[in-house]
Each structure stands twice: as structure tokens, then as C-alpha cells.
Design a protein around this ligand. Structure first.
Ligand code: PEP
Ligand code: MG
Length: 326
């Protein structure tokens, strides 16, 4: 199969009936950018900037951030890179950032990601300035993790806009354009999309966190691994509603959680109208092979029908259908 995936490298992620999907990769280190070529992907849909912070012994300064972001953009060439601002805190606590260990009982729901960034503004400013400078003459795509309500997005965005203004005033080279996105991984945001959508350039769904919050089931607890399925109707119906709302508003949607890296799950996502995925590089071959083997319209019809009256075993029903049709 390896060899088969290698031959797909230069072929588009196109369905039998001619629909072109976007397959991007998740990355976090400078080396990951070279995977783009290897995997035959359309760009980096999620660059987890906190990796640099997690492997460092001291807080990475603006210069070292700048160096990393530049090298990633250079390696990606013409392909887009979506930088996510740091998702630290909670169980990814940095010893050099806080004097005390985070004793929170529910770190996933704790003081992390954008919540922390909005209170440690100096940290976010340094990151914003590094991203703006690294993207000189290019498109800067940035998104914020764990947005729970639109005001958090607005505050984060305003901070970036201030850095752009500063760079403008200081006659520094500017990005050609800047696109802002929000991650949807906290369910409360789904209820506020009518307010958020007009303000964002893209929406990125983080299904790792989203499913744990939707099911109130810790994503890192192995005892809960069988408690829910990514193919459960609850998840798919939720995602379908969000996707339809974003599509109606003309806002592109991408799924960047691990779910999208599994061919059967990606098939279900296609069925509810998702056209863009950001997945682990090793999953690009298998997911592309799946996409190229199916008819997009038939997939949508099938998944629609399954969601109207969900079968007892969604996974089995979809799997059986996929065997016969792709
Ligand atoms: C997610 O939550 O689905 C996601 C992509 O972000 P992370 O896994 O880094 O929390
Ligand atoms: Mg997440």
C-alpha cells in the first residue's frame, strides 16, 4: 500500500465525480514542513506553535519564534500555512511561565490556550509580532485555539491588528494580506456562530477537543476510549449543522482533528459537506486514496440518509457501504 500511496503523491484529492477536496497536514516543528512534499499535501492546515515552547527550557523569544515561522513559510513555498497561536497551559503547563504547577483538576477545561494568552498579553504580542514579521510580503494566516465566545476572538484579533499598525508606523515590511480564523473546539462557540462568522476568514474544527467536550469524556483517559465513537450521530449531526451554517455564510470550514485522518471518518465528514482536512502527514495517502475512490454525491446522499434515522451501528453501516462503493 505504501507504494500505492506514493504514486498518489502528485495526484489531486479528487473524487470520481470530479470534486476537488483540500488535504493539508498538521505540523509543529520546522522539520515537519518538509513533509508537505513527501506527503503530497496542499499546505499546513494547523501549525501548532506551542511545540517550540514545550521543547524549550526557557521562554522562546521573539527572534527564535521569527526564525521558526520564517523557515516554515519558506519550506511551504506557495502553499498556505495556518499558524495557531500557542495552546499552552492546563496539562501543557510551562515551568518557566508560571511559578506554580497548575493544580487544576480538569486541565483540559482549565486556564489554557486563548484564555491564558488573553491574560498574558506580552506573550501573545511577541508571537503576533514574530508572525507579522515572518510573513512580510506573504499571506499571514492565523487562528486562535479554544475560542469559547466571540469576544475572545475579537480581543485576540485586535491584538494582532495593533501589531500590524505598529509595523506600519515603524515602516517595517508587512504581510501582503492577513486572514484570521477561529478554532471551533468548545461547543459554546457553535451557538454564537451567527455573530462570529461575519468576522472570520475561515473556521477550523478541532475534533479532538470538541468531542471530549461534547461527550464530557476526557480525551486522554484510556478507560473512556470506547465510550464514544467519532462516527456517532451526535458528533456528525453537530458538525453538519456547523458546516451548513458556515457554508451558508461563505466561510470556509476545515477539520483539523485526528478524526479527519481516518479514511472512514473522513468519508463521513465529506458526507456532511466538509471539503477541507488537515491531518497527520502519514494519513494523507490513505485519505487521498479513499477520496479518489468515491463519488462525492453518493457519499452525501448516503450519510444524509444515515443521519436522518441513525442505525444502531453507524460505523458498521458506513463501512459496509464504503466496501461496496469505493
Ligand atoms: C483539536 O483539538 O482537535 C486540535 C486540532 O487541537 P489539539 O489536538 O492541538 O488540541
Ligand atoms: Mg485542541
Amino acid at each position: 500500500r505504501r507504494a500505492e500511496y506514493a504514486t498518489l503523491k502528485n495526484l489531486p484529492a479528487e473524487t470520481r465525480d470530479g470534486e476537488r477536496l483540500t488535504l493539508m497536514v498538521n505540523a509543529g516543528l520546522a522539520e515537519d514542513a518538509s513533509m508537505l512534499e513527501v506527503a503530497g499535501a496542499d499546505g499546513i492546515g494547523l501549525f501548532r506553535t506551542e511545540f517550540q515552547f514545550l521543547v524549550a527550557a526557557t521562554l522562546p523569544g521573539r527572534e527564535s519564534q521569527l526564525k521558526l515561522y520564517k523557515s516554515v513559510l519558506d519550506a511551504a513555498g506557495d502553499k498556505p500555512v495556518v499558524f495557531r497561536t500557542v495552546d499552552i497551559g492546563g496539562d501543557k503547563a510551562l515551568p518557566y511561565l508560571s511559578d506554580e504547577k497548575d493544580e487544576s483538576e480538569n486541565p483540559a477545561m482549565g486556564w489554557r490556550a486563548l484564555r491564558l494568552s488573553l491574560e498574558r498579553k506580552a506573550l501573545m504580542k511577541a508571537q503576533a509580532r514574530a508572525l507579522v514579521e515572518a510573513s512580510a510580503g506573504k499571506v499571514l494566516r492565523v487562528m486562535f485555539p479554544m475560542v469559547s465566545e466571540p469576544w475572545e476572538y475579537e480581543e485576540a484579533r485586535a491584538l494582532f491588528e495593533e501589531q500590524i499598525e505598529w509595523a506600519q508606523g515603524a515602516k517595517r515590511p508587512l504581510p501582503a494580506r492577513i486572514e484570521f480564523g477561529a478554532m471551533l473546539e468548545v461547543p459554546s462557540l457553535a451557538e454564537m456562530l451567527d455573530l462570529l462568522l461575519p468576522r472570520i476568514d475561515f473556521l477550523s474544527i478541532g475534533t479532538n477537543d470538541l468531542t471530549q467536550f461534547l461527550f464530557a469524556a476526557d480525551r486522554s483517559d484510556p478507560r473512556l476510549a470506547d465510550r464514544y465513537d467519532w462516527l456517532s450521530p451526535a458528533i456528525l449531526r453537530f458538525l453538519r449543522r456547523v458546516t451548513a451554517q458556515a457554508n451558508a455564510a461563505g466561510v470556509p470550514v476545515r477539520v483539523c482533528g485526528e478524526m479527519a485522518g481516518r479514511p472512514l471518518e473522513a468519508l463521513a465528514l465529506m458526507g456532511i459537506g466538509i471539503e477541507s482536512f488537515s491531518i497527520t502527514p502519514a494519513a494523507v495517502g490513505p485519505v487521498k486514496a479513499m477520496i479518489r475512490s468515491v463519488d462525492a454525491r453518493a457519499v452525501r446522499t448516503k450519510v444524509e440518509a444515515l443521519l436522518v434515522k441513525p442505525p444502531a451501528n453507524m460505523r458498521k453501516s458506513l463501512h459496509d457501504w464504503a466496501k461496496r462503493n469505493g
